[in-house]
Design a protein around this ligand. Structure first.
Ligand code: HEC
Ligand code: HEC
Length: 380
């Protein structure tokens, strides 16, 4: 027995033993032949034997625009250069040929595309099947065996919305996606993944290649962007001022309390909003309101509960910077709006401090929280 097949056999040991005892008189050699004829290279032996793990053809996927190339060119002068003769008005060229400004005959438009080779897609597919498919499904449709009853449901990569990449553009850049997968989504079964950058990069290219024709990374009009810019925190030396402003923006300017809980009594809400003292607000002001979303399970839209910051886990981080980015970019496909441009960055930072303050003071502090929320309820 060769060492290679030995290690393969030791991994599928359980399977081989089961097979040989089932077949009764099968010789050891025959069993080994059976297994190695079907089982692809380790370590992907856990996939059912009839799953295709090899992709024969490369594919073009949408790439980020000019700004991204300009930033790359600063890092790698030899690889990326600007060519006045490309496209309508000039464009970026990649000496390695992976990125290309291509003309779309049908739409009569130029756009940047990236060539993903069959070898790369195959590597990505194999690791995807190994690590991600149990929840996201063998074909990336979100119906993996372990994912069937998970809520939130694992993402289907056949649709184009991503919730927590914190980008304002339609789709996230590779860097934004990579960060998301490495950090995971706290409070959901989506764990932080500690795979090598190379592996993760290939997995992400494979995930992107699942976009149906004309959609997502195959849509010529898709915009791909980086994590939203935050600038400097303007409240660094005025923590109290930030909390005060944040409370006002939360309850008055932006009305976050329409979906998330209100964190003041109705009397104080009226005062913050400059409304009559007796104004009636929604029932259960201290509870979040279940909201429609565009995410579906078996064709049925799922609803999503906006978090109560004193109780639920934040998916995408609890630092003030994380909260700034989440609030600024919004959560695509859910009721949570994008606040960048609707509010000033200064107000978004104030909100980040306010939400962070609620988390710090009450989350995982059941007694304090019960007193605080109970007090608000009695004030109704
Ligand atoms: C144990 C189940 C599980 C496994 C395994 C898993 N995921 Fe997820 N994943 C989820 C769930 C659940 C969500 C949806 C979370 C939500 O909507 O709040 C998700 C969401 C995602 C998202 C979308 C996030 C967004 O902002 O919309 C990406 C991308 C993703 N997973 C990539 C991966 C990759 C890559 C792997 C393998 C390396 C992987 N997942 C493995 C359960 C899993
Ligand atoms: C129209 C309803 C709605 C409004 C208004 C709204 N949100 Fe949300 N928000 C949601 C929903 C729904 C989610 C949960 C999305 C999910 O987990 O998939 C959410 C999630 C969040 C999160 C959690 C992100 C994470 O990492 O888990 C934060 C923080 C947040 N909202 C802050 C705010 C702030 C601040 C405001 C006001 C400026 C606001 N929201 C206004 C619906 C809303």
């Amino acid at each position: 027995m060769k060492p290679a097949s030995l290690s393969l056999l030791s991994i599928v040991g359980g399977l081989v033993i089961a097979l040989s005892s089932f077949q009764g008189d099968a010789s050891e050699d025959a069993t080994e032949h059976e297994a190695s004829a079907h089982v692809p290279d380790a370590p992907h032996v856990r996939a059912p034997l009839n799953i295709n793990l090899v992709i024969d053809e490369g594919t073009w996927l949408r790439a980020p625009g000019e700004e991204w190339f300009a930033a790359q060119a600063e890092l790698d002068l030899e690889r990326y250069s600007y060519d006045e003769d490309l496209g309508d008005e000039g464009g970026w060229k990649d000496a390695r040929g992976a990125f290309e400004l291509r003309y779309d005959e049908e739409e009569e438009e130029y756009a940047y595309w990236q060539w993903i080779s069959a070898a790369q897609l195959t590597r990505g597919r194999q690791d995807f099947v190994q690590y991600c498919s149990s929840c996201h499904g063998f074909e990336g449709d979100g119906y993996g065996r372990s994912g069937q009853h998970l809520r939130p449901a694992p993402r289907s990569f056949l649709q184009k919305n991503f919730k927590f990449a914190k980008v304002i553009s339609t789709l996230p850049s590779d860097a934004a996606l990579m960060r998301l997968v490495k950090r995971g989504l706290a409070g959901t079964p989506m764990l932080p993944w500690d795979l090598s950058d190379e592996q993760l990069y290939d997995i992400l290219q494979y995930i992107k290649s699942l976009s149906p024709p004309g959609e997502g990374w195959r849509d010529i009009f898709t915009e791909i962007g980086e994590v939203v810019e935050s600038g400097e925190d303007p409240w660094q030396s005025d923590a109290k001022g930030a909390l005060k402003r944040g409370e006002l923006v939360y309850h008055e300017v932006a009305s976050c309390y329409l979906c998330h809980p209100g964190y003041v009594t109705p009397t104080n809400l009226a005062a913050l909003r400059g409304e009559d003292a007796g104004t009636k607000y929604r029932d259960n002001l201290t509870l979040p309101v279940l909201k429609e979303s565009s995410y579906e399970v078996l064709g049925r839209p799922t609803k999503i509960l906006p978090p109560d910051f004193t109780w639920h886990q934040m998916r995408a981080g609890t630092s003030t910077l994380d909260l700034f980015e989440t609030i600024a970019a919004g959560i695509k496909g859910t009721a949570m709006p994008q606040w960048k441009d609707a509010l000033s960055d200064r107000d978004i930072w104030a909100l980040a401090h306010y939400v962070k303050g609620l988390i710090k003071k009450y989350k995982d502090q059941p007694t304090k929280r019960a007193a605080f929320m109970g007090g608000l309820r009695q004030g109704q």
